[in-house]
Design a protein around this ligand. Structure first.
Ligand SMILES: Nc1nc2c(ncn2[C@@H]2O[C@H](COP(=O)(O)OP(=O)(O)OP(=O)(O)O)[C@@H](O)[C@H]2O)c(=O)[nH]1
Ligand SMILES: [Mg+2]
Length: 311
């Protein structure tokens, strides 16, 4: 049976194999995604991001349990933008695989790609699509909030929860980075360490002063290790999703995200086709020679190359 059919049946091992193909950028991955396109879109995609060690995985575990209790079929995708392709991700997968084989209720996967940020986001989104088609109803996507990964998680998610903690000046860091801009909900975790109320106050003041383009935002205080604040966090997610569905903002966000995604894929395909075309390197060498011998400008050289390869 083709892998796409196995994925559709929700078989964990097949989903895992299909995600590996997506990570490797294999042609089979494209075929599977094409075949499953009519089955994608039903799952709720929730992104969790924030500084290293803030409590994202702990919160993901708690949210997973809460969604399971509501009868949802949960998948967790942990994206590590810093890990190189071979750096420990495979071992991590194996550990997670054995965990999931026990329960067989939650699909868990850590993702690594070859390190290009565009490739990471493409593979993540493809993996989420596969999980969606496989019948998972809630997909939690965890990623460390550093640099480019913020935009990527935002594009892959219906709702983004940004996690901060009162310690180590996370709030100030978050204000400097783009982290707060992509937040739909903020969770101030590690409330037991003290200073959470103060941080909430500072964030609200900052928002009122216009340090974020959208001012209204739920701010929750959590203590994930003890499950404190998790029901409230769930309720905030539910309320946000319900109101956005009612107003059309939910679908609007998906449309915008999809436009960005299609652009990104188109750029990828153009670049790939350009350099994979036979003789491309030779043509570059010829164009360079012709520029250096003053017969044309670099733009004319590039233009000729593009015309020929993208025929
Ligand atoms: N005191 C305290 N510790 C917490 C809380 N939530 C999580 N932790 C602890 O913080 C540490 C990091 O938690 P993780 O959930 O792994 O954090 P993370 O954000 O997923 O970390 P990375 O994925 O490495 O960025 C663990 O030792 C947790 O037990 C909390 O509310 N209070
Ligand atoms: Mg983690």
């Amino acid at each position: 049976m083709p892998l796409a059919d196995e994925v559709l049946k929700g078989d964990f091992l097949s989903i895992s194999r299909a995600i590996s193909q997506v990570e490797n950028g294999s042609p089979e991955a494209r075929d599977i995604l094409d075949a499953l396109s009519s089955k994608v879109g039903g799952a709720l995609r929730i992104g969790l991001t924030g500084p290293p060690g803030v409590g994202k995985s702990t919160t993901v575990d708690e949210l997973t349990a809460a969604f399971l209790a509501k009868g949802e079929k949960v998948a967790v995708v942990a994206v590590d933008p810093t890990s190189p392709f071979t750096g420990g991700a495979l071992l991590g997968d194996r550990i997670r695989m054995s965990k999931m084989a026990e329960g067989n209720r939650v699909f868990m996967r850590s993702m690594a790609t070859r390190g290009t940020s565009g490739g990471l986001s493409r593979a993540t989104q493809d993996a989420v699509d596969l999980l969606d088609a496989s019948g998972r109803t809630v997909i939690l996507i965890e990623t460390v909030g550093v640099g480019q990964s913020e935009i990527e998680i935002s594009r892959a998610s219906d709702v983004v929860i940004v996690m901060l903690s009162p310690e180590s000046g996370d709030g100030i860091q978050a204000m400097k980075s783009g982290l707060l801009e992509i937040a739909d909900i903020i969770a101030i975790n590690k409330a037991d360490r003290g200073g959470a109320d103060r941080m909430e106050h500072d964030l609200r003041t900052a928002f009122e002063l216009g340090l974020r383009s959208r001012k209204e935002i739920p701010i929750l205080i959590t203590e994930a290790v003890r499950g404190k604040g998790i029901p409230e966090l769930m309720a905030a997610v539910d309320a946000l999703v319900a109101s956005r569905r009612a107003s059309g903002a939910f679908q609007e966000r998906r449309r915008r995200n999809m436009e960005d995604r299609i652009k990104e894929i188109a750029e990828f395909l153009i670049r790939r086709n350009l350099w994979s075309a036979s003789g491309a390197e030779g043509k570059v060498a010829a164009a360079a020679e012709s520029v250096l011998s003053r017969r044309q400008s670099p733009y004319q050289g590039a233009q000729a190359l593009v015309k020929e390869v993208l025929r």
